[in-house]
Design a protein around this ligand. Structure first.
Ligand code: KG4
Ligand code: ZN
Length: 357
């Protein structure tokens, strides 16, 4: 089974062709990602209108490139998948409409994929992880701990009450005058900083639930920065190091609580899986390793290029859904908001309705 996948929910225009073999293994035939960083850098963040226009301009070429690199033509494709949300609605419309056009003209099934579900299932593409597993998703828009029980079957165990974890990195970078996107810049600065110089809070530490709260951390950092302004290069590095260390401690504590909740409700997970842009961070990867070792679970970390937004994860989720016959009608609507819990509820309804028929 071969599926073309399209991703346009944020500032990456991406397309990929992925094959799912009969035994469930996945193979990436091509994976083209065009980042719009340069277009947004001057504004210190993603500008939705600029993103949507940029997607329109380059998506056709990105898709053509992905098809050429895969060495396949449309006749060889079994389905067309696109991220149908959640995300910046202008971009989502561009990607989904393009997928619909290809599906319609080439007479192929359409797969309207949830972007979060795609992050969640990436570990099955890279490592064939069996259900149920515990997912930590840390991206620019989302911070979630999720029990992944099957395709379309997700239970959220924890989430953030305010800022997303990647957003906290981005806001910290902006505050310290570093470029966009903030995560990689903060990581780079932190590498030459002293994490012990500033004592930042570890919000929600020790709580039994698995929720996050990150806006206080950002405020504490701002107050420390204001106290010592104007900032030298070393000040910036030390603040970044302190911030990253606080994030790392928070991830450890919150995820440990999430794993306790997971075991109580669903038994022992097959693995701890991490995804999302923040998981490209080496310090975060290290602490996930430490946690997995401590609680005695297998850790699955997709390579950094599959942790950040890409088309392969959309194509793969398309494969997983197509294998179960979960295709979508051409009039399906793009969605700015679309939680994983909602997919689970919709699939449950679909299954119950099918049983009733
Ligand atoms: O998953 P992603 O590519 O896009 C979505 O938000 O869906 O995640 C992007 C986020 C941004 O906030 C970015 O600053 C953060 O991931 N990020 C990082 C690193 N690389 C990307 N955060 C910390 N360290 C990094 N190396
Ligand atoms: Zn993402």
């Amino acid at each position: 089974m071969i599926v073309l996948g399209i991703e346009t929910t944020c500032d990456e225009t991406a397309a990929a062709v992925v094959e799912r073999l009969d035994d469930g293994r996945g193979r990436i035939l091509s994976n083209v990602v065009l980042s719009q960083i340069a277009e947004h850098a001057a504004f210190g963040g993603v500008v939705p209108e600029i993103a949507a226009r940029a997607h329109v301009e380059v998506l056709d070429a990105v898709i053509a490139n992905a098809m050429t690199q895969a060495g396949r033509d449309y006749d060889a494709i079994d389905g067309v998948a696109a991220a149908a949300g959640p995300g910046l609605i202008g971009g989502v419309i561009v990607g989904l409409t393009t997928a619909k056009a290809i599906a319609f003209v080439k007479n192929k099934p359409l797969l309207a994929v949830n972007h979060l579900e795609a992050h969640a299932l990436t570990a099955r593409l890279t490592d064939r992880v069996a259900f149920p597993y515990c997912l930590f998703l840390g991206s620019g828009g989302h911070t979630q701990i999720v029990a992944v029980r099957g395709v379309g079957n997700y239970v959220r165990l924890g989430t953030t009450q305010d800022d997303a974890i990647g957003e906290a990195f981005d806001k910290t970078a902006k505050l310290l005058g570093l470029g966009y996107p903030g995560g990689p810049q903060v990581e780079k600065e932190a590498a030459r900083g002293n994490a012990m110089r500033f004592m930042l809070p570890r919000p929600m530490h020790g709580r039994k639930d698995a929720d996050f709260s990150l806006s206080g951390l950002k405020t504490a950092l701002r107050l420390e920065a204001e106290k010592i302004a104007p900032l030298t290069d070393q000040n910036v590095a030390d603040l970044c190091a302190a911030f990253q260390q606080a994030i790392v401690d928070v991830v450890f504590d919150r995820l440990r609580a999430g794993l306790v909740l997971f075991r109580a409700r669903f038994g022992i997970p097959t693995a701890l899986v991490a995804a999302g842009g923040v998981v490209a961070n080496q310090a975060v990867r290290k602490v996930l390793n430490r946690l997995a070792f401590e609680v005695g679970t297998t850790l699955v970390l997709p390579p950094p290029e599959l942790c950040t937004d890409n088309g392969a994860m959309i194509a793969w989720t398309g494969c997983e859904r197509l294998a179960l016959g979960l295709t979508d009608p051409l009039n399906i609507a793009p969605r700015a908001r679309w939680s994983l819990d909602e997919i689970a509820a919709a699939e449950g309804l679909r299954r119950r309705t099918a049983a009733y028929k």
